[in-house]
Design a binder for this molecule. Structure first.
Ligand code: COA
Length: 371
């Protein structure tokens, strides 16, 4: 479909879905692995448990499960999709793109596919890219899947990071909004500052062996003669305190710039869908924006930080819980490694078949008893 010259189409999210692996790792389980406590983790992060992918699961397989649910809720099949965009920083391999694994699994044989990596801002970035494909008429139906297997890049002996992250996937389907129908992404703001890259990173197997691009403290190639590629890769390395500080500033600025660009006030937002990193970060952000906490969606106590998967998982849960009505304005905001950050407002249009969404588990008891 080709739009009239100069006329952009509005994009609607017509389907949402999510997939969480079955295995639950609680804070009490972590107490047996590192020097930590359930109380410390809950107080400092708000997280009580996270999901861990099974051995035969990956960002590709989990992304495909979330994509299948998103297609079902949109009343579509894989063959209806023109483009699959994967948002992940834990891809199945260096190549091919994880999006191609998802494309194959959902039977989107006509689609092109590629990945976007902007760490925890990956979903917002991919959503903006996909929306522009729809708006320009280059693709009619786009599937965007945020999917992460962070448990495989976490150092399970580092209590400063291993308590925070989890695995999972979420997906949305994008289509053009009809005239008079709600929809559209207003004023997307995407930013990055590579000078802050050392605050939060995981080196890949192709990173530089020496010089400015090399990771400090990572063994040089050849130290592990059996597998030189693995010798330069690293687990997640994080300066938690500085990430915390930058995250609040970055999310606040991105959200304010986005609202100003869209001509909206925080009071116009029905529900804010932030990247689920830390309850204290989200509370400070909400205070800065004067958003009451009941308008800030949080499910991080159950899943921890799932990076590019966290916003689409939260969105799918909010829809399954009936928290959104057509015409509502949803503020999405994220930050992550890179440093990357961004925000966008989505005018909610409603999915066609919400009854096809899997049920959301109830809230956890506030003091989970030790197993
Ligand atoms: N259990 C118990 N103690 C821990 C711990 C754990 N899991 N992790 C760290 N500590 C200790 C530290 O060693 C330190 O001890 P010390 O005072 O004896 O040196 C103490 O707790 C305080 O550490 P600090 O790093 O100042 O804690 P904090 O209040 O900043 O909380 C984070 C730590 C990681 C929870 C917090 O900084 C954070 O959430 N940062 C942002 C991380 C994030 O969101 N990353 C993803 C971005 S997308």
């Amino acid at each position: 479909m080709t739009p009239a010259p100069g006329r952009l189409l509005r994009t609607r999210i017509s389907g949402v879905g999510r997939y969480l692996p079955e295995r639950v790792l609680t804070n009490h389980d972590l107490e047996r692995m590192v020097e930590t406590s359930n109380e410390w983790i809950v107080e400092r992060s708000g997280i009580r448990e996270r999901r861990i992918a099974a051995d035969d699961e990956s960002s590709g397989t989990m992304g495909a499960r979330a994509a299948e649910e998103a297609l079902a809720s949109a009343g579509l099949r894989g063959s209806d999709i023109d483009l699959v965009i994967g948002a992940t920083c834990t891809p199945d391999g260096m190549f091919p793109a994880t999006a191609t694994v998802i494309q194959d699994a959902i039977g989107a044989g006509r689609a092109s596919s590629f990945d976007v990596n902007a760490a925890c801002t990956g979903f917002l970035t991919a959503l903006s890219v996909g929306s522009q494909f729809v708006a320009s008429g280059s693709a009619r139906r786009v599937l965007v899947a945020g999917s992460e297997t962070l448990s495989r890049v976490v150092d399970w002996t580092d209590r400063g990071t291993c308590v925070l992250f989890g695995d999972g996937a979420g997906a949305v389907v994008l289509e053009p909004a009809a005239d008079g129908e709600p929809g559209g992404l207003a004023s997307p703001v995407l930013r990055s500052d590579g000078a802050l890259g050392d605050l939060l990173y995981a080196r890949g197997p192709a990173s530089a062996r020496s010089g400015a691009g090399a990771a400090s403290g990572v063994p040089a190639a050849g130290d592990n003669g059996a597998d030189p590629l693995r010798a330069v890769a690293s687990c997640i390395v994080m300066d938690g305190r500085n990430v915390f500080r930058h995250a609040i500033t970055a999310m606040t600025e991105a959200a304010q710039a986005c609202l100003a660009g869209a001509g909206l006030e925080a009071s116009d937002i029905a529900l804010c869908m932030p990247h689920q990193a830390n309850v204290r970060i989200l509370s400070a952000f909400a205070r800065n924006l004067e958003l009451s906490e009941d308008r800030v969606y949080m499910n991080l106590e159950r899943y921890g930080n799932t990076s590019a998967a966290s916003i689409p998982i939260a969105l799918a849960e909010a829809v399954a819980e009936g928290r959104l009505a057509a015409g509502d304005r949803v503020l999405m905001v994220a930050f992550g490694g890179g440093f990357t950050w961004g925000a966008t407002v989505v005018e909610w249009s409603g999915v066609r078949e919400p009854e096809r969404l899997s049920a959301v588990p109830g809230p956890l008891p506030s003091t989970a008893p030790p197993p």
